[in-house]
Design a protein around this ligand. Structure first.
Ligand code: PGA
Length: 258
């Protein structure tokens, strides 16, 4: 069985104290789950990374940053560089989350610079992609996703792919006003994403795990997880309570192992 991933981005919700409580509870609740078969990660705000790492029992949960600067240091007020997040324990950086792209107007070219800088510094890069409702309506979702991947990974070499993950999160499915996608729709988009990766990297493209995110909840987590094309779930709101997240994780593991 392939490895399955469970992750959450806590956005701008939890303080350091709250993150510490969340991570330590999640770590404790999921202690018996095989880390060979299942990978857990939490992506909290910058200021909470240090406490999150300290609260993780035996590195059982990987901790990441919600974005990353595209330079190691310099005149970039407000940015945080790979070496800074690594110093406090992060080993992963999420790049191009929908809210970065749409609220902060990050472009594919900027996303690409961040990906390259993260990889150069040996951080796992989680590239987030997703089409808007407008693109979906115009039936250009696959074209938009292909462009986000091709520009986002421009200059990334095949040998770096073990440090690349992709999360497909349709913009219209994310957050409080989001509508979860239909599993069939997700399967089609994921198949297209895989094809794009194969067109860029041949067989090596299969090494990149693909996650689905956007209004994943206890009711729909299993159908998404059971799709062959889905290697992991990337969850927001429904994962911010450790007990609830643990419940989702266990439901999915149960179904995957039947
Ligand atoms: P949501 O968030 O699960 O609350 O829709 C997903 C995300 O933004 O990654």
């Amino acid at each position: 069985m392939k490895k399955f991933y469970f992750g959450t981005n806590t956005k701008m919700y939890m303080t350091a104290r709250e993150t510490e409580d969340f991570v330590s509870e999640l770590s404790r609740l999921t202690q018996d789950i095989s880390r060979e078969k299942y990978h857990l990660f939490v992506i909290p705000p910058f200021t909470t990374i240090y406490s999150a790492c300290a609260a993780t029992l035996k590195n059982s949960i990987q901790i990441g940053s919600q974005t990353i600067a595209w330079a190691d240091e310099g005149q970039f007020t407000g940015e945080v560089s790979p070496r800074m997040v690594k110093e406090v324990g992060a080993t992963l950086s999420m790049i191009g989350h929908s809210e970065r792209r749409h609220t902060f107007h990050e472009t594919d070219e900027e996303v690409n610079k961040r990906v390259l800088c993260a990889l150069k510094n040996d951080l796992q890069a989680l590239l987030c992609i997703g089409e808007t409702l407008d693109s979906k309506r115009r039936k250009i979702s696959d074209e938009v996703l292909a462009m986000q991947i091709k520009i986002g990974l421009d200059g990334v070499e095949a040998k770096q792919l073990d440090n690349v993950w992709i999360a497909y999160e349709p913009v219209w499915a994310i957050g409080v006003h989001g509508q979860p996608a239909e599993p069939d729709y997700v399967a089609e988009r994921h198949a297209n994403i895989r094809q794009v990766l194969n067109s860029l990297y041949g067989e090596n493209g299969n090494r990149v795990p693909l996650f689905y995110g956007g209004s994943v909840n206890p009711e729909n987590a299993v159908p998404f997880a059971l799709l062959d094309e889905v290697d992991g779930l990337f969850i927001g709101r429904s994962a911010w309570n450790a007990k609830r997240f643990n419940q989702i994780i266990r439901m999915v593991i149960h179904e995957l192992t039947i």
